[in-house]
Design a protein around this ligand. Structure first.
Ligand code: NAP
Length: 415
């Protein structure tokens, strides 16, 4: 039987090395690029072992020529063309072992020689490869927030059972991680009301407010994908840029925070902070509020997650508070930006509702980027899909994937 697990191209054995072998799922994206930047600074400690790409295979070939990974993963049926292109453009480069399709992604994520997996595929496509890394007990650096939104309880159960080390890369969650006591994730009581034991009263999740923070509803009706993708503080992939503009990114992060830090949604407060200098805060019952600050550059949380509990150079300039001078804070406006409310309600509903929210959002954002719908239709479509699909307990992966598919179909019919 023909399956997508075929290995294409020459096979070469993994290098025996004392360095940590790193697999980057989503190497051709923005987080992939920042990760490679940090790894390059520390090539004595980390070896680029496996990389994946999806549509930008030209770029993946260049990364192969530069970093010489042992494995690459490409979409199903693209392996032969990829090997041919690599041979043609870089004749001196030894062809890595090329794996295809979702199975290829899972194989590199769970490969026995891999120590660290950067989960940086965007959207639901990252769920199963990231779960494979977790199941294999890897050190998993989680950028792919959609995986946790779709399958939070199942994902965290899997972390607990496998003994994988899950380190948040989203700058806000990485900041919260840094503001929590160092044993928060190490004690055997993890996942058992850990926040109360640590005296955490609430988490303050900061949001830049995105490029349309000061737009009124009328202006929001007219905004274009090009405007939405120009974030004031961060350079990111297109999907997360639109999510930042609708504030759904903060909604997804609220759900992510609840799962990572064992808190109900009522104890996660979104604070708009346009400068993106404070990356999030933790409030304690004794009145203390701890914040993590730094220049907005993803290399910081990536380096932190890579080396934790040690600290390594991230290549990021130190924060100059005299230059920053002012820090502002505002309440988010949930009338102009209803996505935070939708995400909070989805988390409160539980079960498959966050899966449905995520799927409907992915379809709506893709339609907005393709100029098929207007910006303000994104939350309307999400709300309509959630209303049409009543909550069901997210018992297993099959149920989650079924609701993901159904929500996509309903969202597609609303375009
Ligand atoms: N960028 C940031 O600053 C930032 C910050 C925090 C969290 N995150 C999260 O990190 C993740 C990645 O974000 P990003 O900004 O790096 O996105 P991006 O630049 O769009 O990169 C996404 C990566 O995923 C790959 N990919 C896309 N669809 C795929 C599919 N169906 N199957 C397999 N691979 C696929 C892409 O491959 P091709 O490019 O080859 O198509 C690319 O390597 C997202 O979940 C995002 O929310 C990003």
């Amino acid at each position: 039987m023909q399956t997508d697990e075929q290995i294409v191209g020459s096979t070469r054995s993994a290098k025996q090395t004392s360095r940590q072998n790193v697999c980057i799922l989503g190497a051709t994206g923005s987080i992939g690029e920042s990760t490679l930047k940090v790894l390059t600074l520390h090539s004595d400690q980390y070896h680029v072992f496996a990389l994946s790409g999806h549509s930008r295979l030209d770029q993946l070939a260049e990364l192969c020529a530069k970093y010489r990974p042992t494995y690459v993963a490409v979409p199903a049926d693209k392996g032969d063309a990829f090997a041919k292109d690599l041979r043609h453009r870089f004749p001196d480069v030894e062809i890595p072992t090329i794996l295809e399709g979702e199975l290829g992604l899972k194989q590199i994520a769970s490969h026995p020689d891999v120590n660290v997996v950067m989960a940086a595929i965007v959207g639901a496509a990252g769920l199963e490869p990231t779960l494979a890394a977790v199941q294999a007990g890897k050190r998993v650096l989680l950028a792919n927030k959609e995986a946790l939104v779709m399958a939070g309880n199942l994902f965290m159960d899997c972390v607990r059972r496998s003994g994988a080390m899950l380190l948040p890369v989203d700058s806000e969650h990485n900041a919260i991680f840094q503001c929590l006591p160092s044993d928060y994730f190490q004690t055997t009581e993890r996942f058992q009301n850990q926040s109360s034991r640590a005296g955490v009263s609430q988490i303050l999740l900061t949001a830049s407010g995105g490029p349309f923070r000061q737009f009124d509803l009328q202006q929001l009706e007219q905004v274009t994908p090009e405007q939405a993708c120009k974030h004031p503080n961060w350079v990111m992939g297109q999907k997360i840029s639109v999510d930042s503009a609708t504030l759904m990114n903060k909604g997804l992060e609220l759900i992510e925070a609840c799962h990572l830090f064992d808190l109900p949604p009522e104890r996660v407060t979104v604070v708009v902070h346009p400068q993106s200098i404070i990356h999030s805060l933790v409030q304690y019952v004794d009145g203390s509020t701890l914040a993590q600050m730094g220049n907005p550059d993803m290399c910081t949380p990536i380096a932190h997650a890579l080396a934790w509990p040690k600290r390594i150079d991230a290549g990021v300039a130190p924060l100059d508070l005299f230059q920053v001078a002012t820090l502002q804070f505002e309440k988010p406006d949930e009338v102009r930006f209803p996505c935070i409310r939708l995400a909070r309600e989805a988390m409160q509903a539980g079960g498959t509702t966050p899966t449905v929210l995520n799927a409907a959002n992915e379809v709506a954002v893709a339609a907005f980027l393709a100029k098929k719908i207007k910006f303000c239709e994104i939350p309307r479509i999400i709300e309509s899909v959630i209303t049409q699909l009543p909550m069901t307990p997210a018992r297993d992966l099959a149920t989650i994937l079924h609701y993901d598919t159904t929500a996509r179909q309903i969202a597609g019919s609303l375009l």
